[in-house]
Design a binder for this molecule. Structure first.
Ligand code: PAF
Length: 277
């Protein structure tokens, strides 16, 4: 496994790769959710590249950029085990030199859900992902379905800007009580960790109601909200039943929908979703 830190070195190496390249973009502090993406990339590509870069531009000033968990040594061991070929781990200065001035703004699908609660977040995500695509030139790139809106935004960007690669969204990996794996779960104390199971309970309730043929989105939102309110440590940012492509809130669920939520457990903000299809 080669660890590359500069864009120039990566380009040099990229010239020698003629067959398919799978890219798994990450911010490091890897967990099983990331490793499933790497495994999938391994089965579908000749070369697997994993990027590790905690992207400052997708964090608002009030967010956790400086405390975001990092452990490069552990990440490299895990990636070696998954037979990763190349790790691209640039510095902030390498990705955003002092004269940096260009941004990718995806409109509409970024206005709701996470976009409405995290100002500038998707501008930072779209920009860094576009940069990684330009540097790595992957055949396919792999993203977790846990960040459902991120996957929608990136697919939109790839279509709109005619980027020549396939985006693969991979199902969420969960702990035994259903909590979606996330690097931020590390922030939860034992009591909060137990309370965090409420996210998946609410999503499972949505799925159950929908399977029982409940088509009224408001009814499902209300039932999810009442269940979450029973958990004293949980504070709701949003509970949504939306169209899977436009992410517009639905009244009637008569086509595939995305049930998603953002909940604060103590100081930790967690997101999750489930497809109703
Ligand atoms: O999902 C993430 O970890 C990040 O948003 C990504 C796609 C690596 C961009 O920084």
């Amino acid at each position: 496994m080669q660890v590359i830190k500069t864009i120039a070195d990566f380009r040099e190496l990229r010239r020698q790769l003629s067959r398919s390249v799978g890219l798994v973009p990450t911010m490091g502090y890897l967990h099983e959710g990331h490793l499933v993406l790497v495994k999938r990339a391994r089965t579908e590509n000749s070369t697997v590249v994993v990027s590790i870069f905690v992207n400052p531009t997708q964090f608002a000033p009030s967010e956790d950029f400086s405390t975001y968990p990092r452990d490069m040594g552990r990440d490299l061991k895990l990636l070696e085990r998954e037979k990763t070929d190349i790790v691209f781990a640039p510095s902030c200065e390498e990705m955003y030199p002092s004269e940096y001035s260009s941004w990718v703004d995806v409109e509409r699908v970024t206005e709701r859900l996470e976009g409405a609660h995290r100002q500038g977040h998707f501008r930072g995500v779209a920009t860094v992902v576009a940069k990684l695509f330009n540097i790595v030139q992957p055949t396919r790139a792999y993203f977790g379905q846990k960040d459902a809106q991120q996957a929608v935004v990136i697919k939109r960007m790839v279509t709109d800007l005619n980027m020549n690669l396939e985006i693969v969204a991979v199902p969420t990996v969960r702990e035994s009580d259903g909590l979606a794996m996330s690097s931020r779960n590390i922030y939860l104390n034992p009591e909060e960790r137990q309370a965090a199971a409420v996210l998946f309970k609410a999503l499972s309730l949505a799925k159950q109601l929908w399977q029982d043929r409940e088509k009224d989105a408001d009814t499902i939102r209300h039932q999810m909200t009442s269940l979450i309110r029973k958990e004293p440590l949980a504070q709701i940012d949003y509970v949504s039943i939306a169209d899977t492509e436009t992410l517009e809130e639905l009244k009637l669920i008569d086509h595939p929908a995305l049930a998603s939520l953002a909940i604060k457990i103590g100081k930790t903000r967690l997101i999750d979703n489930i497809l109703l299809e």
